[in-house]
Each structure stands twice: as structure tokens, then as C-alpha cells.
Design a binder for this molecule. Structure first.
Ligand code: LIP
Length: 262
């Protein structure tokens, strides 16, 4: 599958950052770790990976804006386009030696995510999509699952850490969902949860209290794989609200009703 110049640039940056992260992951016990807030870690690995991505993308497209987890946001000379980047989604997994983390890079144009790359470097699985061109994992086309019965479906979410305020809502969500589905997973990397929905490994995913960079690339990848993605609040804006719900198109309505209305 041939991609555009932008997606090729994003893939190149994700692979380069992925190589640096794999090296750091091998010696993870030697990394200096600091805390940005309760339960929110950062290490030399995240910062080095973000620099690699930023250098690649911003030298090729100096007029685009920038929003990255580990650096200051920047408005570009072209105010309609910006990169949205999480150099290491699943930092807590990474720092505990759990091989479930990813690089996530998205391109937004006029408020819409038009291209996304999620690279699971530890498993060499590269998920990517461009609006109108389908979603892919390495060379294979992605398609969401076909399940339509809640009781046969599995979902993923994130659990708020460090005293974050979403705990009561998440407990309420779980109370509504667990009795009617086949299971709920918590893997700790939002970008991969969305990639797994696109790949049909999960039937749906929702999470409250995350950031634009955790979900941006996943939005276009799930949509291009045939799934639905929305803000949890019906007329909300996912990236601004930091809340997202997605699923295959057959189960989305029942799943989102369960989360929204019980
Ligand atoms: C993490 C997410 C995880 C979520 C955490 C956190 P980070 O991103 O991917 O699923 O539950 O709140 O945001 O901080 O590792 O990039």
C-alpha cells in the first residue's frame, strides 16, 4: 500500500523513535525516572523519543503546529495543520518492563485527524491510516470485529491513577458494562487499545481523563478500519474533553448507550 508523503514521514519518525525506545527498554532499570504528577512518570526515554520525532517532522514541515506530551505546544505558520504526538504511550508499562507501549503520531487538519501512526516497537506492529485510504497493520488491511452481541464482546478501558477525579464515573461505567459483556481489559496504553479495536482484537474501548495525544492517531485508524469513534458526551469534542468511546459499527450504539445512559 502506497501512502502520501506525510504518512511516510510519520512512519519514518515513528520507526526511528521506536528504535531508540527499544534500546532504552532493554536497560530500563538504569533509566532515571521523574514524576510529572501523582502516578504520571517521565524518563529520558520519553524525552529522547519526542526529540527524534519532533526533529524529523518539524524539519520536513516547519510551518505545521506541534502538540506533544513532553514539550511546549507551538502554533505553526499554517494554523490549519498540527502534529499531535505521544512519544511513549504506556510509560508506566514501559518503566515496569511490560512490553505493551507505543509511539503515537497524528496529523490534524482543520480540526480533523487525517492521518495516524501507532507503532508497537516491542512487537514490530505498525498501525497506520490516512483518511480515505484505509487502515493497515504492517502490510495487512485492518477491519474492526463483526461481533454484535454484547455478551460475546470484550472491551478495554483505563483506570484513573494518582487520585484523578474520574474514578466514580469509571466505577459506574464498569457497574453497567460488566454484567452485560464478555469482559473488560485494562492494558495501560490508550493508543494500543484503539489499534486493537481497529484490528478486531477488541470490540470496543472507552476512557475518561486522557489527553489528545493518547487518542489522536487512534481516531483515524479506528474510523478507517470501519469503526465508530466519538466523545463520550454526545456533543462533546474528544480531543478537548479527553474522553473517547469507540467500537465496531455493529455494537457501537448498544455499547455507547450502556456507558452513557446505563
Ligand atoms: C497513558 C494511557 C493509559 C491511560 C493513562 C495514560 P501515557 O498514557 O495510554 O491508557 O490510562 O491515563 O494517559 O501517560 O503513558 O502516555
Amino acid at each position: 500500500m502506497q501512502g502520501s508523503a506525510n504518512i511516510n514521514l510519520m512512519i519514518k519518525a515513528a520507526r526511528k523513535a521506536g528504535r531508540s525506545l527499544v534500546k532504552d527498554f532493554r536497560e530500563v532499570e538504569n533509566l532515571q525516572v521523574s514524576m510529572k504528577g501523582a502516578g504520571d512518570f517521565v524518563s529520558r526515554a520519553d524525552i529522547a523519543a519526542e526529540k527524534i520525532i519532533r526533529d524529523e517532522l518539524m524539519s520536513a514541515r516547519p510551518n505545521y503546529g506541534w502538540l506533544g506530551e513532553e514539550s511546549k505546544p507551538e502554533e505553526g505558520a499554517d494554523p490549519t495543520r498540527r502534529w499531535i504526538v505521544d512519544p511513549l504511550d504506556g510509560t508506566t508499562n514501559f518503566l515496569h518492563g511490560l512490553p505493551h507501549w507505543a509511539v503515537s503520531i497524528a496529523l490534524e487538519h482543520k480540526g480533523e485527524i487525517v492521518a495516524g501512526v501507532i507503532f508497537d516497537a516491542a512487537k514490530d506492529e505498525l498501525y497506520w491510516a490516512e483518511k480515505g485510504a484505509g487502515a493497515w497493520m504492517n502490510e495487512s488491511r485492518l477491519r474492526v470485529s463483526g461481533r454484535h452481541r454484547m455478551i460475546e464482546s470484550i472491551f478495554a478501558t483505563g483506570l484513573p491513577f494518582g487520585g484523578r477525579g474520574e474514578l466514580p464515573s469509571v466505577m459506574r461505567d464498569l457497574g453497567r458494562l460488566l454484567p452485560v459483556c464478555a469482559g473488560v481489559r485494562r492494558w495501560g496504553a490508550a493508543a494500543l487499545d484503539m489499534a486493537y479495536v481497529a484490528a478486531g482484537r477488541l470490540d470496543g474501548y472507552w476512557e475518561r481523563g486522557i489527553n489528545a495525544w493518547d487518542m489522536a492517531a487512534g481516531v483515524v485508524i479506528v474510523r478507517e478500519a470501519g469503526g465508530f469513534v466519538q466523545a463520550i458526551a454526545k456533543d462533546g469534542n474528544m480531543l478537548e474533553d479527553g474522553e473517547v468511546i469507540c467500537a465496531n459499527e455493529r455494537i457501537f450504539e448498544t455499547f455507547s448507550d450502556t456507558i452513557r445512559n446505563g
